[in-house]
Design a protein around this ligand. Structure first.
Ligand code: CMP
Length: 142
């Protein structure tokens, strides 16, 4: 997942990471970077040609982002529920977008929508050796 530029410049990084940890997901990689257009285009290749593509690239390269890899049972489904609907105006209160976003252009987070897209997206941000292996102390309770 990515905490996008609005999440960083609005100082929501800690709040967002807390929600992931509190839910019981395990953070196994984390990095703050400023995306260049090459990496941004690679990440959002699936949206090339869509009406919002150019503004999306401008937004995602406008300030640093935080790239995060999480692990856990059903983590893709769980993260997407935590994040909420793409449009913050429609996202349920209690979700990250529902609590912090009012629209679709600035929606704070990107979350992989499938294992396939996670497998495409993670190597854009991390080498395999940067994905950490450890056990949460509360793992038997999650
Ligand atoms: P994200 O989950 O990062 O995936 C693509 C992003 O494009 C999306 O979140 C929004 O930030 C942005 N976007 C802007 N307009 C649209 C739209 N009409 N449909 C989907 N995504 C959009």
């Amino acid at each position: 997942m990515l905490i996008k530029p609005d999440g960083v410049v609005r100082s929501k990084v800690g709040a967002i990471i807390s929600r992931i940890e509190d839910k019981g997901l395990k953070i196994v990689a984390l990095r703050m970077i400023k995306l260049d257009s090459e990496r941004a285009e690679r990440h959002y290749a699936i949206h090339k040609g869509k009406p919002f593509y150019d503004s999306l690239l401008k937004y995602i390269t406008s300030a640093p982002i935080v790239a995060i890899v999480v692990e856990g049972n059903n983590c893709i489904e769980i993260v997407r529920k935590l994040v909420g609907a793409t449009n913050g105006a429609k996202a349920e209160p209690g979700t990250i977008r529902g609590d912090y976003s009012t629209g679709i252009d600035f929606n704070l987070i990107h979350a992989s929508d499938s294992e396939e897209s996670a497998n495409y997206e993670i190597p854009i941000f991390f080498e395999e050796k940067e994905i950490m292996s450890y056990e949460r102390a509360d793992k038997d309770w999650l």
